[in-house]
Ligand binder design. Structure first.
Ligand SMILES: [Zn+2]
Length: 278
Protein backbone atom coordinates (compact mmCIF):
# COMPACT_ATOMS: atom_id res chain seq x y z
CA UNK A 1 0.00 0.00 0.00
CA UNK A 2 1.55 3.38 -0.94
CA UNK A 3 2.25 5.72 1.97
CA UNK A 4 0.44 9.05 2.02
CA UNK A 5 1.94 12.34 3.11
CA UNK A 6 0.70 11.96 6.64
CA UNK A 7 3.07 9.01 6.85
CA UNK A 8 0.28 6.47 6.99
CA UNK A 9 -0.08 3.72 4.39
CA UNK A 10 -3.75 4.26 3.62
CA UNK A 11 -5.27 4.79 0.23
CA UNK A 12 -8.05 7.14 1.37
CA UNK A 13 -5.58 9.70 2.72
CA UNK A 14 -3.66 9.55 -0.52
CA UNK A 15 -6.76 10.11 -2.61
CA UNK A 16 -7.81 13.05 -0.47
CA UNK A 17 -4.37 14.61 -0.74
CA UNK A 18 -4.33 14.19 -4.49
CA UNK A 19 -7.81 15.68 -4.76
CA UNK A 20 -6.71 18.70 -2.74
CA UNK A 21 -3.58 19.00 -4.91
CA UNK A 22 -5.71 19.09 -8.00
CA UNK A 23 -7.98 21.71 -6.45
CA UNK A 24 -5.02 23.78 -5.30
CA UNK A 25 -3.47 23.56 -8.74
CA UNK A 26 -6.45 25.33 -10.28
CA UNK A 27 -5.17 28.68 -9.05
CA UNK A 28 -1.66 28.28 -10.47
CA UNK A 29 -3.27 27.21 -13.75
CA UNK A 30 -5.10 30.54 -13.97
CA UNK A 31 -1.87 32.31 -13.03
CA UNK A 32 -0.10 30.56 -15.90
CA UNK A 33 -2.56 32.03 -18.38
CA UNK A 34 -2.07 35.53 -17.03
CA UNK A 35 1.68 35.24 -16.77
CA UNK A 36 2.07 33.64 -20.18
CA UNK A 37 0.57 36.77 -21.72
CA UNK A 38 3.34 38.92 -20.27
CA UNK A 39 6.60 37.16 -21.07
CA UNK A 40 8.40 36.25 -17.83
CA UNK A 41 11.77 37.92 -17.35
CA UNK A 42 14.96 35.93 -17.59
CA UNK A 43 17.10 35.45 -14.51
CA UNK A 44 20.11 36.03 -16.76
CA UNK A 45 22.94 33.66 -17.59
CA UNK A 46 23.37 30.76 -15.19
CA UNK A 47 26.73 29.87 -13.67
CA UNK A 48 28.69 28.09 -16.44
CA UNK A 49 29.70 25.41 -13.93
CA UNK A 50 26.01 24.63 -13.31
CA UNK A 51 25.37 24.37 -17.06
CA UNK A 52 28.40 22.08 -17.39
CA UNK A 53 27.07 19.83 -14.62
CA UNK A 54 23.60 19.77 -16.20
CA UNK A 55 24.98 18.77 -19.60
CA UNK A 56 27.15 16.10 -17.96
CA UNK A 57 24.13 14.85 -15.98
CA UNK A 58 22.20 14.30 -19.22
CA UNK A 59 25.10 12.33 -20.71
CA UNK A 60 25.76 10.33 -17.51
CA UNK A 61 22.14 9.33 -17.05
CA UNK A 62 22.11 8.00 -20.59
CA UNK A 63 25.45 6.22 -20.17
CA UNK A 64 24.27 4.64 -16.90
CA UNK A 65 21.03 3.36 -18.42
CA UNK A 66 18.71 5.61 -16.41
CA UNK A 67 17.35 7.51 -19.43
CA UNK A 68 17.26 6.52 -23.10
CA UNK A 69 15.59 8.57 -25.81
CA UNK A 70 13.19 9.70 -23.07
CA UNK A 71 13.61 11.16 -19.60
CA UNK A 72 15.13 14.45 -18.47
CA UNK A 73 17.12 16.20 -15.77
CA UNK A 74 16.81 19.82 -14.62
CA UNK A 75 18.54 22.24 -12.25
CA UNK A 76 17.17 25.20 -10.34
CA UNK A 77 18.70 28.44 -11.65
CA UNK A 78 21.53 29.66 -9.42
CA UNK A 79 20.52 33.34 -9.88
CA UNK A 80 16.77 32.99 -9.23
CA UNK A 81 14.99 30.23 -7.27
CA UNK A 82 11.87 30.88 -9.37
CA UNK A 83 13.56 29.71 -12.55
CA UNK A 84 14.90 26.34 -13.61
CA UNK A 85 17.06 25.00 -16.43
CA UNK A 86 16.14 22.07 -18.67
CA UNK A 87 17.16 20.90 -22.13
CA UNK A 88 14.93 21.48 -25.12
CA UNK A 89 12.98 18.37 -26.14
CA UNK A 90 15.64 15.91 -27.31
CA UNK A 91 17.43 12.71 -26.31
CA UNK A 92 19.43 13.39 -23.11
CA UNK A 93 22.52 11.61 -24.43
CA UNK A 94 22.93 14.30 -27.12
CA UNK A 95 22.39 17.44 -24.99
CA UNK A 96 24.91 20.30 -25.21
CA UNK A 97 25.07 23.64 -23.38
CA UNK A 98 23.30 25.33 -26.31
CA UNK A 99 20.24 23.13 -25.76
CA UNK A 100 19.61 24.29 -22.18
CA UNK A 101 16.50 26.47 -21.81
CA UNK A 102 15.15 28.54 -18.89
CA UNK A 103 11.65 28.08 -17.43
CA UNK A 104 9.57 29.71 -14.73
CA UNK A 105 8.05 27.47 -12.06
CA UNK A 106 4.80 27.12 -14.01
CA UNK A 107 7.04 25.63 -16.72
CA UNK A 108 6.63 28.44 -19.24
CA UNK A 109 9.73 28.74 -21.45
CA UNK A 110 11.35 32.15 -20.95
CA UNK A 111 12.89 32.50 -24.41
CA UNK A 112 11.95 29.47 -26.55
CA UNK A 113 13.23 30.90 -29.89
CA UNK A 114 11.41 28.13 -31.75
CA UNK A 115 12.79 25.35 -29.59
CA UNK A 116 10.30 22.73 -28.40
CA UNK A 117 9.84 21.82 -24.76
CA UNK A 118 9.49 18.42 -23.10
CA UNK A 119 5.79 17.54 -22.69
CA UNK A 120 6.48 16.55 -19.07
CA UNK A 121 8.45 19.64 -18.00
CA UNK A 122 5.65 20.30 -15.45
CA UNK A 123 7.19 17.60 -13.25
CA UNK A 124 10.18 19.86 -12.67
CA UNK A 125 8.38 23.16 -12.11
CA UNK A 126 5.92 21.61 -9.67
CA UNK A 127 8.63 19.96 -7.57
CA UNK A 128 10.66 23.20 -7.42
CA UNK A 129 7.51 25.03 -6.29
CA UNK A 130 6.74 22.49 -3.59
CA UNK A 131 10.29 21.88 -2.39
CA UNK A 132 12.52 24.92 -1.74
CA UNK A 133 15.29 22.51 -0.69
CA UNK A 134 15.41 20.83 -4.10
CA UNK A 135 17.90 22.12 -6.66
CA UNK A 136 17.80 19.28 -9.21
CA UNK A 137 15.21 16.81 -10.51
CA UNK A 138 15.42 13.68 -12.69
CA UNK A 139 12.48 12.03 -14.42
CA UNK A 140 13.09 8.65 -16.03
CA UNK A 141 11.46 5.42 -17.17
CA UNK A 142 14.41 3.27 -16.07
CA UNK A 143 13.47 -0.39 -16.56
CA UNK A 144 14.34 -2.08 -13.26
CA UNK A 145 12.19 0.43 -11.35
CA UNK A 146 9.01 -0.25 -13.34
CA UNK A 147 8.08 -3.56 -11.63
CA UNK A 148 8.02 -1.72 -8.30
CA UNK A 149 5.86 1.06 -9.77
CA UNK A 150 3.38 -1.44 -11.15
CA UNK A 151 3.04 -3.90 -8.26
CA UNK A 152 2.39 -3.52 -4.56
CA UNK A 153 6.01 -4.50 -3.78
CA UNK A 154 7.69 -1.54 -2.07
CA UNK A 155 11.11 -0.38 -3.21
CA UNK A 156 13.37 -0.43 -0.14
CA UNK A 157 17.09 0.11 0.48
CA UNK A 158 19.14 -3.03 -0.14
CA UNK A 159 22.49 -1.56 0.90
CA UNK A 160 24.08 1.60 2.28
CA UNK A 161 24.46 3.27 -1.13
CA UNK A 162 20.68 3.42 -1.47
CA UNK A 163 20.12 4.70 2.06
CA UNK A 164 18.21 7.66 0.58
CA UNK A 165 15.31 5.24 -0.06
CA UNK A 166 14.92 4.60 3.67
CA UNK A 167 12.12 7.10 4.25
CA UNK A 168 9.79 5.15 1.97
CA UNK A 169 9.15 5.36 -1.76
CA UNK A 170 5.58 6.43 -2.57
CA UNK A 171 3.85 5.51 -5.82
CA UNK A 172 1.96 8.16 -7.80
CA UNK A 173 -1.35 6.90 -9.20
CA UNK A 174 -2.49 9.19 -12.02
CA UNK A 175 -6.03 7.73 -11.88
CA UNK A 176 -6.43 9.31 -8.44
CA UNK A 177 -6.35 12.74 -10.11
CA UNK A 178 -9.57 11.97 -11.96
CA UNK A 179 -7.88 10.84 -15.18
CA UNK A 180 -9.05 7.26 -15.80
CA UNK A 181 -7.96 7.30 -19.46
CA UNK A 182 -4.86 9.53 -19.50
CA UNK A 183 -1.81 8.89 -21.68
CA UNK A 184 0.09 8.64 -18.35
CA UNK A 185 2.13 11.79 -19.02
CA UNK A 186 2.49 14.68 -16.58
CA UNK A 187 1.48 17.13 -19.25
CA UNK A 188 0.12 20.08 -17.24
CA UNK A 189 0.51 22.07 -14.03
CA UNK A 190 -2.33 20.22 -12.28
CA UNK A 191 -0.74 16.81 -12.74
CA UNK A 192 2.66 18.22 -11.83
CA UNK A 193 1.33 19.44 -8.49
CA UNK A 194 -0.35 16.10 -7.81
CA UNK A 195 2.91 14.27 -8.43
CA UNK A 196 4.84 16.72 -6.24
CA UNK A 197 2.27 16.10 -3.50
CA UNK A 198 2.89 12.35 -3.70
CA UNK A 199 6.66 12.90 -3.57
CA UNK A 200 6.23 15.01 -0.44
CA UNK A 201 9.53 15.49 1.38
CA UNK A 202 11.09 12.32 0.02
CA UNK A 203 13.91 12.02 -2.53
CA UNK A 204 12.21 9.48 -4.84
CA UNK A 205 8.69 8.64 -5.99
CA UNK A 206 7.57 6.01 -8.47
CA UNK A 207 4.84 6.58 -11.05
CA UNK A 208 2.53 3.68 -11.77
CA UNK A 209 2.64 2.61 -15.38
CA UNK A 210 5.29 5.20 -16.15
CA UNK A 211 8.59 5.57 -14.27
CA UNK A 212 9.98 7.63 -11.42
CA UNK A 213 11.23 11.00 -10.20
CA UNK A 214 14.24 11.80 -8.05
CA UNK A 215 14.92 15.10 -6.30
CA UNK A 216 18.03 16.37 -4.51
CA UNK A 217 20.06 19.34 -3.31
CA UNK A 218 22.33 19.41 -6.40
CA UNK A 219 22.70 18.02 -9.91
CA UNK A 220 25.39 15.61 -8.72
CA UNK A 221 23.24 14.36 -5.84
CA UNK A 222 20.20 13.81 -8.03
CA UNK A 223 22.25 11.85 -10.57
CA UNK A 224 23.58 9.70 -7.72
CA UNK A 225 20.04 9.03 -6.53
CA UNK A 226 18.63 8.30 -9.97
CA UNK A 227 21.44 5.87 -10.79
CA UNK A 228 21.25 4.04 -7.47
CA UNK A 229 17.45 3.89 -7.49
CA UNK A 230 17.79 1.85 -10.67
CA UNK A 231 20.61 -0.28 -9.24
CA UNK A 232 18.70 -0.90 -6.01
CA UNK A 233 15.61 -2.00 -7.94
CA UNK A 234 17.67 -4.49 -9.91
CA UNK A 235 19.34 -5.90 -6.82
CA UNK A 236 16.11 -6.06 -4.83
CA UNK A 237 14.37 -8.02 -7.58
CA UNK A 238 17.31 -10.46 -7.61
CA UNK A 239 17.28 -10.82 -3.83
CA UNK A 240 13.54 -11.50 -3.81
CA UNK A 241 14.12 -14.49 -6.09
CA UNK A 242 16.32 -15.97 -3.37
CA UNK A 243 14.13 -15.23 -0.39
CA UNK A 244 13.01 -12.37 1.83
CA UNK A 245 15.63 -9.59 1.89
CA UNK A 246 16.74 -7.94 5.12
CA UNK A 247 16.53 -4.23 4.30
CA UNK A 248 18.32 -1.36 6.01
CA UNK A 249 16.23 -0.10 8.90
CA UNK A 250 15.28 3.61 8.90
CA UNK A 251 18.11 4.55 11.26
CA UNK A 252 20.73 2.73 9.17
CA UNK A 253 19.32 4.26 6.00
CA UNK A 254 19.42 7.80 7.40
CA UNK A 255 22.99 7.40 8.66
CA UNK A 256 24.12 5.93 5.32
CA UNK A 257 22.47 8.74 3.37
CA UNK A 258 24.30 11.34 5.46
CA UNK A 259 27.65 9.63 4.74
CA UNK A 260 26.97 9.17 1.03
CA UNK A 261 25.79 12.74 0.53
CA UNK A 262 29.38 13.82 1.22
CA UNK A 263 30.81 11.35 -1.31
CA UNK A 264 28.85 11.97 -4.51
CA UNK A 265 31.81 13.57 -6.31
CA UNK A 266 33.64 10.23 -6.44
CA UNK A 267 31.23 8.37 -8.73
CA UNK A 268 30.41 11.65 -10.53
CA UNK A 269 34.05 12.05 -11.68
CA UNK A 270 34.13 8.48 -12.94
CA UNK A 271 30.74 8.64 -14.67
CA UNK A 272 31.52 12.02 -16.25
CA UNK A 273 34.83 10.79 -17.69
CA UNK A 274 33.04 7.84 -19.29
CA UNK A 275 30.03 9.75 -20.55
CA UNK A 276 31.41 12.96 -22.04
CA UNK A 277 32.49 13.04 -25.70
CA UNK A 278 36.25 12.59 -26.12
ZN1 LIG B 1 7.78 10.23 -18.49
Amino acid sequence: MPICLCGQPHALGRRLLLASAVAAATLPMRAVTTRAQSTPASAGPANPALIEDLVAANRILYDQGVVDGFGHVSARHDKDPNRYLLSRSMAPGLVTAEDIMEYDLDSNAIDPRGRTSYLERFIHGAIYQARPDVRAVVHSHSPAVLPFADTKVALRPMNHIAGFLGGGVPVFEIRDTGNPASDMLIRNVVLGHALAMTLGKRPVALMRGHGSVAAAQSVRHVVFRAVYTEVNARVQAEAMKLGTPEFLNPQEAAAAMKTNDALVDRPWDLWKRRAMPK
